[in-house]
Design a protein around this ligand. Structure first.
Ligand code: IMP
Ligand code: MG
Length: 200
C-alpha cells in the first residue's frame, strides 16, 4: 500500500525542542513578565507545553482568528480578541506554523499598533520555503519541509489536532476525498502511521 502519511517529528523530538525553546525564552526574558499569546486553535497545544517549559512568571492570553479560504490568503478576521491590553508589555506571539507569512504579518501589524514594549514570534514550525512576506521569527521549533503537516495542534478540517506527533500528509487527494483517511491508519495496530517508527 502506498504510504498516505509519514511521521515527520516524533513526540520526543517535539518535547525536546519545546524544552529548548522554553530555556531560551527563560534566559532572554529574565527579570521580565512576558505575555504569551496563543493563536487559536492550532497553537494551543504548543502554547500549553511551552508555558510549562518557561521558568519565569508569565501571563497568557488567547486570540482566535480565521483566514478566508482553505489556505490563508492573508485576509484575516479576529474572532476572539485578547482579554488584556498589551500596551507596554513584552509580547510573545505563539504560532503553530508560519507558512506564507501573511497571517503572522497581519498579526504583527495589528498587535504592534497596540504599542507593546516588545513583540516577538515563537513558532513551532517554520515552512520558510513558502514564504511570501518576510517574517522576523525569533524562536523556531523546526524548519518544516514544503508538505502539508498534521498533528500537535495542526488540523485538516479540524481532524488530527490531538496527535502528540506531527505527520506529513503525502496524498492530499486522498485526504480531500476523505478527511478521516489517516485516522484509519492511526487506529491501526500500535497507533502509528505507516512510515518511520515513532522514534519518540
Ligand atoms: P500563513 O498565513 O500562510 O503563514 O498560514 C498560517 C496558517 O495556515 C497556519 O496557522 C495554519 O492554520 C495554516 N497552515 C499552513 N500550513 C499548514 C499545514 O501544513 N498544515 C496545517 N495547517 C497549515
Ligand atoms: Mg492556524
Amino acid at each position: 500500500m502506498e504510504e498516505l502519511a509519514s511521521v515527520l517529528f516524533t513526540a520526543g523530538e517535539i518535547q525536546a525542542r519545546v524544552r529548548a525553546l522554553g530555556e531560551a525564552i527563560t534566559a532572554d526574558y529574565a527579570g521580565r513578565t512576558p505575555v504569551l499569546i496563543s493563536i487559536l486553535k492550532g497553537a494551543a497545544m504548543f502554547h500549553a507545553d511551552l508555558l510549562r517549559a518557561i521558568d519565569l512568571s508569565v501571563s497568557v492570553d488567547f486570540m482566535s482568528i480565521t483566514s478566508y479560504g482553505a489556505r490563508s490568503a492573508g485576509v484575516v478576521r479576529i474572532m476572539k480578541d485578547l482579554d488584556e491590553d498589551i500596551g507596554g508589555r513584552d509580547v510573545i506571539l505563539v504560532e503553530d506554523i508560519v507558512d506564507t507569512g501573511l497571517t503572522a504579518t497581519y498579526l504583527l501589524s495589528t498587535l504592534g499598533a497596540r504599542e507593546p514594549s516588545s513583540l516577538e514570534i515563537c513558532t513551532l514550525l517554520d515552512k520558510s520555503a513558502r514564504r511570501i512576506t518576510p517574517v522576523p521569527v525569533r524562536y523556531r521549533g523546526f524548519e518544516c519541509p514544503d508538505v502539508f503537516v498534521l498533528g500537535y495542534g495542526l488540523d485538516f478540517e479540524e481532524v488530527y489536532r490531538n496527535l502528540p506527533y506531527i505527520i506529513a500528509a503525502n496524498d492530499m487527494d486522498a485526504l480531500a476525498e476523505d478527511p478521516l483517511a489517516l485516522v484509519k491508519l492511526l487506529e491501526d495496530g500500535d497507533g502509528t502511521v505507516a512510515g518511520p517508527e515513532d522514534r519518540g
